[in-house]
Write a protein that binds this ligand. Structure first.
Ligand code: SG4
Ligand code: ZN
Length: 272
């Protein structure tokens, strides 16, 4: 493989505890991600105002979806979708979003809230518009990642034991997304997105005004300490049957990093 790092369950040279030994790695630093968000210890900050999400409603912003071997990554068209406000202080351009998940409904998210892990987490990766990606990776606020915790809407199966059927004429955004994922079974494979899916459609009506904020890192090697993290308080909910499409059809599971020490950091919170 092109990389020698992996998550806990896969066989490889560098599992998460040894990522810090990779060449040029920042994984042993003191502002690493993900973390457990202990809500009692968060500090409310009035400067954490509303976000502006530009073109999150654009149904043709996603260019292609790739099986990276560690995630499913949805790459956006360049310089189209933007994020500003939210106490960030800069305009950020949205590059891609991807997912982390587990093996069942009990774990899969990277961030924990009060020690609770969620089944999945979606990361929307944004780069400061005034910097190149290389510059952004060397800048403490070069990247802003928006993290959405995900859980199943219908944890209970129907009493009759029948699966809900979804008419293809009325496919929801998550149904469209997971049908693309089923087409990229092999590592490195990619599918162009022609069917209209917007980020707004995926996020639904989740509250985007209430969130946690802290300074952290990329959660994969080389773990650059360049990320201003936003973790939204409310979780995104979608059909459990669709959730199983991620591990089952991408061929790998438990693609999340263990939580890291907070060290000398504060976690800020919007006022609720
Ligand atoms: C995933 O492996 C993505 O595929 C990576 O995207 C991403 O790296 C990496 O996660 C880390 O991102 O939000 N979890 S995270 O901290 O976005 C970057 C790639 O294009 C730089 C490598
Ligand atoms: Zn991620």
């Amino acid at each position: 493989p092109s990389h020698s790092w992996c998550y806990e369950e896969e066989p490889c040279e560098y599992k998460p505890a040894h990522w810090l030994n990779l060449p040029h790695s920042k994984c042993g630093g003191e502002r690493q991600s993900p973390i457990n968000i202990e809500t009692r210890d968060t500090v409310s900050d009035v400067r954490l105002d509303a976000f502006n999400f530009t073109k999150f409603d654009d149904k043709h912003a996603i260019m292609h979806i790739t099986n990276t071997g560690h995630s499913v990554k949805c790459v956006l068209k360049e310089d189209m979708v933007e994020v500003s406000g939210g106490g960030l202080g800069y305009v950020y351009s949205t590059l891609q979003f991807h997912f982390h998940w587990g093996s069942d409904e009990s774990d899969g998210s990277e961030h924990k809230v009060d020690s609770k892990r969620y089944p999945m987490e979606m990361h929307i990766v944004n780069k400061r518009k005034d910097l190149t990606l290389e510059e952004a990776l060397e800048t403490p606020n070069g990247l802003a990642v928006l993290g959405f915790l995900i859980e199943a809407k219908n944890a209970q199966s129907s009493s009759s034991g029948h699966r809900e059927t979804h008419p293809t004429s009325d496919m929801g955004a998550w149904e469209k997304l997971t049908s693309y994922i089923s087409a990229i079974h092999n590592i490195g494979s990619e599918v162009n997105v022609t069917d209209a899916i917007s980020i707004d459609d995926l996020l639904g009506d989740v509250n985007r005004a209430q969130y946690y904020r802290y300074n952290g890192s990329l959660t994969t090697p080389s773990c650059h300490e360049a990320v201003v993290w936003t973790v939204f308080k409310e979780s995104v909910k979608f059909d459990q049957n669709l959730m199983t499409m991620f591990p089952a059809h991408a061929g790998y599971r438990n693609v999340y990093r263990p939580t890291q020490s907070l060290h000398n950091r504060r976690i800020y919170s919007t006022k609720s």
